[in-house]
Design a protein around this ligand. Structure first.
Ligand SMILES: NC(=O)c1ccc[n+]([C@@H]2O[C@H](COP(=O)([O-])OP(=O)(O)OC[C@H]3O[C@@H](n4cnc5c(N)ncnc54)[C@H](OP(=O)(O)O)[C@@H]3O)[C@@H](O)[C@H]2O)c1
Length: 245
């Protein structure tokens, strides 16, 4: 059973930093050629690409803008993609009572609308038998305090898209799965976890006794992209040290 991803081309959104960078590195280590997507941070995307064994391509898009996504897809040289990892996202507070319409749109557009539009725009480039992995969150499965209800709702929607896309694309043997991390130490959570009391509360919610790493998530994404997961589709796997069981 071929478990290597040699000769596979993988587009990773938000591959510039954090979990996305770890996913680029893990797929690259299995032999895939990586297209690193970024939004604002070109330097981080270049740094991410420089850590890979195979030469990578960089692509830019604001996932909050359908025009920007359409332009990025139009600029791709590759006609046949093997792997799409929908990883990019934002974790902005949207407290009920003080959230502006602009912020509501921003979170919805980047985390949900962008993922839908990009996947749709890439459908003709994804080869039959391709794999899609969406990065969800345990926040989509439980109530969350702290004014991030909309974030949780977008991630619950990502799990829902994953199930329905698995059915919609099964005829082309495209497998669609999701990975749902708990707390992972990245730029996204750095400020939040810098408060010792908040960090302690987060730790307590992870029965395995530590917070997650990008590598924890990336290993499972890679597994889902290989033929070891050839009969797995429509699933969302918690990678959260027991945060949600
Ligand atoms: N960290 C956690 O604890 C955790 C837990 C559960 C789920 N997740 C999910 O895991 C994914 C990655 O999170 P992370 O912790 O690695 O976050 P991160 O370090 O903040 O990185 C976010 C990535 O998303 C990209 N991005 C942000 N806004 C964008 C936009 N408008 N258009 C396109 N790309 C955009 C960024 O690109 P630039 O750098 O170029 O701006 C960056 O590559 C997210 O979907 C997140 O919700 C994270």
């Amino acid at each position: 059973m071929p478990l290597s991803l040699t000769n596979h081309v993988a587009l990773v959104t938000g591959g510039s930093r954090g979990i996305g960078r770890a996913i680029c590195q893990a797929l690259d280590a299995e032999g895939a050629r990586i297209i690193v997507h970024y939004h604002r941070d070109l330097a981080a995307a270049e740094e991410s690409a420089s850590t890979l064994q195979s030469p990578a391509t960089l692509v830019h898009a604001d996932l909050g803008s359908t025009d920007s996504i359409t332009r990025m897809v139009g600029s791709l040289d590759e006609d046949s993609l093997d792997i799409l990892v929908n990883n990019a996202g934002v974790w902005k507070p949207t407290p009920l009572g003080s959230t502006s319409e602009a912020l509501l749109d921003e979170v919805l557009h980047i985390n949900l609308r962008g993922m839908f539009w990009l996947t749709q725009a890439l459908l003709t480039k994804l080869r039959d038998g391709a794999r899609i992995v969406n990065i969800s969150s345990t926040a989509g499965r439980v109530g969350i305090a702290g004014g991030r209800s909309l974030y949780g709702a977008t991630k619950a929607a990502v799990d829902s898209l994953t199930k329905s896309w698995a059915l919609e694309l099964a005829g082309r043997r495209i497998r669609v799965n999701a990975v749902a991390p708990g707390y992972v130490e990245t730029d996204m959570t750095a400020a939040h976890l810098s408060d010792p009391a908040t960090r302690e509360r987060a730790l307590i919610r992870h029965p395995l006794g530590r917070l997650g790493t990008g590598e924890d998530v990336a290993k499972v994404v890679t597994f889902l992209c290989t033929d070891a997961a050839a009969f797995i589709t429509g699933q969302s796997l918690n990678v959260s040290g027991g945060f949600v069981i």
